[in-house]
Design a protein around this ligand. Structure first.
Ligand code: SF4
Length: 311
């Protein structure tokens, strides 16, 4: 183990985005207004520490609306839901508080519009991700989901003259640009999203890692395996052959990682509380003396207002 000071570089921006802050605040406000328990369909955001914290305050996380009593408020998560879930909630007369991130909602509305206009939609995204499941639901029968060159090569489109593409909000910017370029060359008439679908928070966190990782021997990405934008940050490092670890919290750190390391970049995904990052820094300080510096690549000043029901 080295005894020289460890240079700890904190990437900025990191951690909570405006959509996650809004979703968590929605649960807290619902608890304040209605008392516990309040029900949340699926994980409000993809971070176990956040979910556990809200559970302790009185939130009950359920996989199905069937598990929600008819007189209790229920929140939809930041990733949004398909219209069939809204229909089911209305049929049961449930009081819904919609914590869908406005930037996810934008993609869902765009999918709906394109489907109504008869477009075939290629969605660049992860099959099975909550946001993608929701987007498919808004354009049932019109959407093909791809995330690789092979999946693009295997696409069979009946009406290639009326086709558009959309993307999940939390993709790797470079990988998505590569796939969308390939889509455009295979389907020259394909329509692009009216504005960027990959959200500002995903782009900024990736930019910070791209810019700062070359200064560090090792990168620690704080985030859960279920968090798409946290995984993307670790994948950027893997793509550039940079030593890196995706860890949910300080307890996952193996001290031997730092045996030959002089500098470490620490960042976190958009669903990760700052307390987990500070826990990582505190753990590093137990290993050897550290110098701590924060490098801001972009300043973020985006906030989303709460839904009227909990304002
Ligand atoms: S990562 Fe982007 S799309 Fe997802 S909640 Fe945050 S701001 Fe919204």
């Amino acid at each position: 183990m080295k005894t020289t000071p460890l240079r700890v570089i904190l990437a900025k921006p990191r951690g909570f985005c405006a959509g996650v802050e809004r979703a968590i605040r929605c649960v807290e406000r619902t608890l304040e207004l209605y008392g516990k328990p309040v029900y949340v369909l699926r994980d409000i955001v993809h971070n176990a520490a956040v979910v556990d914290g809200l559970r302790e305050q009185g939130a009950v996380f359920v996989k199905s609306l069937d598990d929600v009593p008819h007189d209790a408020p229920v929140l939809f998560s930041a990733h949004g839901v398909a219209p069939g879930v809204w229909d089911q909630a209305h049929e049961r007369g449930l009081h819904v508080i919609d914590a869908t991130c406005p930037l996810v909602d934008k993609v869902h509305r765009e999918a709906k519009r394109l489907a109504e206009e008869g477009y075939t939609i290629i969605l660049i995204g992860e099959k099975g991700h909550d946001e993608v499941i929701g987007t498919i639901g808004w354009a049932t029968g019109h959407i093909h989901v791809i995330l690789s060159e092979d999946e693009l090569a295997n696409l069979r489109i009946n009406q290639p003259e009326k086709i558009a593409y959309l993307t999940q909000t939390t993709l790797c910017v470079q990988e998505c640009a590569r796939l969308s370029d390939m889509l455009k060359s295979r389907f020259p008439s394909i329509e692009s999203p009216p504005s960027e679908d990959i959200c500002y928070a995903t782009q900024n966190r990736q930019r910070a890692v791209n810019d700062l990782a070359p200064q560090a021997d090792l990168v620690l990405v704080v985030g859960d395996q279920a968090s798409a934008n946290s995984k993307r940050l670790a994948e950027i490092c893997q793509r550039d052959a940079k030593a890196s670890h995706l860890i949910p919290c300080a307890e996952a750190i193996e001290d031997t990682w730092f045996d030959k390391v002089d500098s470490v970049l620490v960042t976190s995904g958009a669903s990760v509380p700052e307390s987990l990052v500070q826990g990582v820094v505190a753990h590093l300080q137990t290993l050897r003396p550290c110098t701590i510096e924060e490098h801001a690549i972009v300043e973020e000043a985006i906030h989303f207002s709460l839904p009227e029901a909990v304002r």
